[in-house]
Design a protein around this ligand. Structure first.
Ligand code: CTP
Length: 450
């Protein structure tokens, strides 16, 4: 019996898929089809698969060509399967020509001609019109954004707004955008959604005006510096049925999502302490160390360190205290936030100008989880126990600068196809982050006044 194997995502099942499977079946007597999991697609940079794994399996099943359907969920699995199932022929479409020649040592490799003029990507774009995105602000984060946006289908950066027209023009030239403007009407008229990357204190005004004009909003962290601002922004987004998302890239990264899932699974028992650190050394003259009102280590970095605390311990802490080391002008260069919960503790440590180990340590009654610096770009974490022979390291993917994950979730949110969004960053968590920023800034201001 000649055994054939092929793989694919088979998203929005189309004629190209049907023809591929039909011909693959004819190559032998028994056809095995590997369907990729969302997680695997995600980790190799295919971020906008629409149909669920079960739907995609069902589509393949319906053709009647597959004798067996398996799930592909990791790199290197193809070779494992070829050996495991005693495969004679490996086949995929001609868009992959040459890429799987290394398997020729184990079986025949056949590239079948790809069906022209159809692909899942094309169908996704037809089904969901491309979202036109406008950038507000042209600072450092804004510059890193377009490169990452290219990895997400269904969204395109078209316009940029900056009250300083020269900065807008320079940015538009760099990223080949159609519109650079300092006129808000022109800007909002040209887009469906905006990414706000302006100074922290200007966020809320842009958020409200964008929502008022029925635009979806992705806003850099910290999204709001006042609890009431965050509440009114989410209320307006809800009333207008629009997406409002706080862009803390870690929250949307697959490795961090997995880490939180593992921590919540009970494997380390009841969680009693979370310690999260993030410190950076930056030049003295940067905005973060010169902006007396909104600069400093906490406003700059605490969105990251507070995230695992709120996700694992919740937003109902009993008390929070801040301790800071400050410059003469009152800007904090090192801040520790101490949280007291009913049965547990947590610390968020941030530094700009003092360097420390920036790790995430989650301690429980049965063991602990350690994610080393830079844990906010979660590439892996270790689960540790008293009996160290049981320790396990889990490697996860974090591609590029990581913005692609939040952009991908933003697109899915707008399309209404993101199940479990609430698991990434809830409205309550975002509002609590604003509340903590507000408390910290008001205490710091009072201390300066003294
Ligand atoms: N395929 C094909 N003809 C097409 C599209 C896909 O023969 N027009 C083949 C691919 O070469 C692959 C299999 O179908 O062997 C599954 O492809 P998949 O990546 O799931 O589909 P695409 O339409 O290529 O998806 P995308 O646009 O997301 O890359």
């Amino acid at each position: 019996m000649k055994k054939v194997i092929t793989y694919g995502s088979f998203d929005l099942f189309h004629n190209g898929h049907y023809r591929l499977l039909e011909r693959a079946k004819k190559l032998g007597d028994y056809l095995i089809v590997g369907v990729t999991t969302e997680y695997y697609d995600n980790s190799r940079g295919k971020l906008n698969v629409v149909d669920s794994l079960l739907m995609r399996i069902e589509s393949v099943k319906k053709t009647g060509f597959a004798d067996e359907i398996i799930i592909e969920d990791h790199d290197g699995q193809k070779l494992e399967d070829i050996i495991k199932y005693g495969i004679d022929i490996f086949t995929v479409g001609s868009d992959w020509t040459g890429k799987f020649d290394f398997l020729k040592e184990y079986c025949d490799v056949v590239y079948l001609e790809r069906t022209k003029l159809v692909s899942s990507t094309m169908l996704r774009e037809q089904k969901f019109p491309i979202i036109k995105l406008g950038m507000i602000g042209t600072g450092r984060v804004a510059v890193r954004f377009p490169k990452e946006l290219k990895y997400v289908s269904g969204i395109e950066l078209t316009s940029v707004y900056n009250p300083k027209i020269d900065s807008a023009k320079k940015y538009a030239e760099q990223f080949e955008l159609g519109l650079a403007t300092n006129n808000k009407d022109d800007f909002y008229d040209s887009v469906d959604a905006v990414n706000i990357a302006s100074p922290h204190e200007t966020h809320i005004e842009y958020i409200m005006e964008a929502l008022e004009r029925s635009k979806h909003v992705l806003c850099e962290k910290p999204m709001c510096l006042k609890e009431t601002d965050a509440i009114k922004a989410f209320e307006l987004a809800k009333a207008k049925n629009l997406t409002l998302m706080e862009g803390i890239k870690t929250a949307y990264a697959p490795g961090f999502v997995q880490l939180i899932g593992v921590a919540r699974s009970g494997i380390i028992g009841n969680i009693r302490d979370v310690e999260a650190g993030f410190t950076k050394l930056i030049p003295q003259q940067t905005r973060e160390l010169t902006d007396l009102d909104y600069g400093g280590a906490f406003t700059e970095l605490a969105s990251y360190t507070l995230l695992p605390i709120l996700k694992l311990m919740g937003c109902n802490y009993e008390k929070v205290n801040f301790e800071s080391l400050k410059q003469k002008d009152g800007i904090d260069i090192y801040t520790k936030a101490y949280f007291y919960y009913k049965n547990s503790l947590a610390t968020a440590k941030t530094g700009l100008g003092i360097k420390s180990e920036g790790q995430l340590l989650i301690s429980g009654t049965k063991g602990y989880i350690l994610a080393k610096s830079p844990w906010w770009l979660t590439k892996g974490f270790e689960i540790c126990f008293e009996d160290t022979s049981k320790n396990e390291f889990i490697a996860t993917k974090f591609l590029g600068q990581g913005f692609r994950y939040e952009i991908s979730d933003f697109v899915k949110m707008i399309r209404g196809s993101l199940n479990g969004y609430e698991e990434r960053l809830t409205v309550e968590e975002s509002v609590t982050l604003a509340k903590l920023m507000e408390k910290f800034l008001s205490e710091r201001k009072k201390a300066i006044a003294i």
